[in-house]
Design a protein around this ligand. Structure first.
Ligand SMILES: [Zn+2]
Length: 82
């Protein structure tokens, strides 16, 4: 298994706060980062697959239903005497 690990320039380890100790590598399971100083590992979430997780734009409420329900009622008015 040859995993390519590469350092992420300027990355700071969230655990030990060391800079330039984070390497990134990819497995079949996804992309991981690892701190070579303290052994911290973390799976990267900002992949394209993860980007689909947030709810798909679902802002269409049922406004359509609302507007249709505004039925006009003034047919009962008896103002039609001539
Ligand atoms: Zn670390």
């Amino acid at each position: 298994m040859a995993m390519k690990k590469r350092f992420i320039a300027g990355a700071v380890c969230p655990r030990c706060a060391e800079m330039d100790k984070i390497v990134m590598f990819t497995t079949d399971d996804g992309q991981y980062r690892e701190c070579v100083a303290c052994g911290f590992t973390d799976k990267q979430q900002d992949t394209e697959a993860a980007a689909e997780l947030p709810t798909r734009v679902n802002t269409r409420k049922n406004e359509d239903d609302h507007t249709v329900k505004q039925v006009v009622f003034f047919k009962a008015g008896g103002d039609t005497e001539h």
